[in-house]
Design a binder for this molecule. Sequence first.
Ligand code: ASP
Length: 350
Amino acid sequence: MASTKRTRILMIYTGGTIGMMENPDTHALEPFPFENLLKNVPKISMLDFDVETFQFKKPLDSSSMNPTHWGEIAEIIRKNYDDYDGFVVLHGTDTMAYTASALSFMLENLTKPVVITGSQLPIGEVRTDGEENLITALQVAAARDRYGNHIVREVAILFENYLWRGNRSTKHSSTNFNAFTSNNYPPLAKIGLGISFNDYALWHPTKAEEQQTLKVHLGMDTNVLYLDLFPGIREDHVRHLLNTPGVKGIIMKTFGAGNGPTEPWFLKLIREAVDRGMVIVNITQCSNGSVHPRRYVTGYELLQAGVIPGHDLTPEAAITKMMYLFGKNLSIEEVKEQMECPIAGEMTCL
Ligand code: ASP
């Protein structure tokens, strides 16, 4: 049932370039308190809905974000979930795709918009992209369909001309205003003169899912690593990495459709690690496409060795999903099973 109450959006400021100012001594950009940001966007008061704000005690450059900060954002959303119609998270661009992916797993049964945005230029600069991104993110978070339902019911990234699914997105440019993309999933919306939503790409919870209450998972297990293959990778280095004390899971970035060397030492090390209980997930180094481990013998050997196909997962979604699953204290078999299947729209299994 559509509500007749005035829409309320909670804006959570975590830091990032959008709110930074130049340090007069070093000339480097540093995070700045929120008032500075709001002072530069008087247009917020012209919106036909209410915007309230919450700021991190110490705004961060997102390169310093870790799972504790993701948990802080998730907790703020949980505490305010019933009181607001949507959430906008202001965040640095560098690790935005990791935060978006992590939150998509941590916020189970989410049915309200969580729109993450930031900017390439500080909001105080004349040519800033921050003002437009901020205002559009607020409008996306407040958007309802003609029946009065939220249009966005998932974690998304809004940047310049597009709205992307959070766990499908990646930062692909350090200089362009269109800094984000999704290489394997269409945009949730295109931003031009208007905001044009792609209904077929948006997340639509089932009736049963709609009845569930928001469940926040704060446990993220960071005993995970990437193994990035390259021609010439050394046996002693791979052995060292696979035997890192405490590590439970590895995201292996492989060539093309999921291929790796078939040299006996390599396959032996992988097999031994899997036999010891290590979860190894295969994702491709290609920015577009999926792993197809049965296409070439090189991929098939990995499958035979017990490596799990990660389909078209982004590196950001793969590593945060693994942290989330291990954080739930699931058995190794359960982690493997769930790494192979979508749980929050993060992968397509062909
Ligand atoms: N280093 C900044 C950050 O990620 C970059 C940005 O916000 O664009 O916080």
